[in-house]
Design a protein around this ligand. Structure first.
Ligand code: SAM
Length: 220
């Protein structure tokens, strides 16, 4: 499990580069995307496509290669594979087959956002992506209403405003931090009460990758 940058190409460890150069194959979500990283570091290796919609078909193929003694690095489009991406599925199957797995740690958007949020970070809850459908999203958020710890979500820019309005409706006017485009050129951090952030963004078209960090009940 090899962590790769969440934006800035320099955010990769020496060990990750070494492993990516030495393994027999690299399994990745988007071969074009991973090629940009590999080309930047002059690494040539064989890529195998592994993403949400082919994970069931590809997993037996990857497991067979591993059982035949080949080594595979799994990377995701950004950050640490296995965090809100199909990495978990392959790892679970590999464990069933008693295949050794190693973590090559590095960036993950959840940690990068949490530590600059200024909200309590000694303990926190990571919820990944909220359900897309309104009813399910509302239900999930309602379950988190009394959560004591800081809560971190991944969210699409297209759903951000609606999600903030729902959080405001269900949680009240808590402190929230919206982190956008971490480590990239247009990195921005919005901190404040939910109502203020809704006011700030309601007539903007928000683009890019987003993490929401929400104050828990303990900090109110
Ligand atoms: N495995 C990744 C990780 O370790 O963070 C997450 C994969 S998930 C499919 C992609 C989501 O992560 C994006 O929709 C966004 O919420 C968040 N994300 C990834 N890169 C980001 C960045 N540079 N800035 C803000 N959020 C980011």
């Amino acid at each position: 499990m090899v962590a790769t940058p969440i934006g800035h190409l320099s955010d990769i460890t020496l060990r990750a580069l070494d492993v990516l150069a030495k393994v027999d194959f690299i399994a990745c979500e988007d071969t074009r995307h991973t090629s940009i990283l590999l080309n930047h570091y002059h690494i040539k290796n064989k890529l195998i496509s592994y993403y949400e919609y082919n994970k069931q078909k590809q997993t037996p193929k990857l497991i067979n290669l591993l059982k035949a003694g080949k080594s595979i690095a799994l990377v995701s489009d950004a950050g640490t594979p296995g965090i809100s991406d199909p990495g978990y599925y392959l790892i679970r199957e590999a464990i069933k087959e008693k295949i050794a797995i190693f973590s090559i740690p590095g960036p993950s958007a959840v940690i990068a956002a949490l530590v600059i949020s200024g909200l309590a970070s000694a303990s926190f809850v990571f919820e990944g992506f909220l359900p897309k459908r309104e009813g399910r999203k509302r239900k999930k958020l309602a379950e988190l209403k009394d959560e004591k710890r800081t809560i971190v979500f991944y969210e699409s820019p297209y759903r951000l405003l609606r999600t903030l309005c729902l959080i405001y409706e269900l949680f009240g006017d808590r402190q929230i931090v919206v982190v956008r485009e971490l480590t990239k050129k247009f990195e921005t951090v919005l901190r404040g009460r939910i109502s203020a952030i809704i006011n700030e963004i309601h007539n903007q078209s928000i683009k890019g990758e987003i993490v929401i960090v929400l104050q828990g009940v303990n900090e109110l």
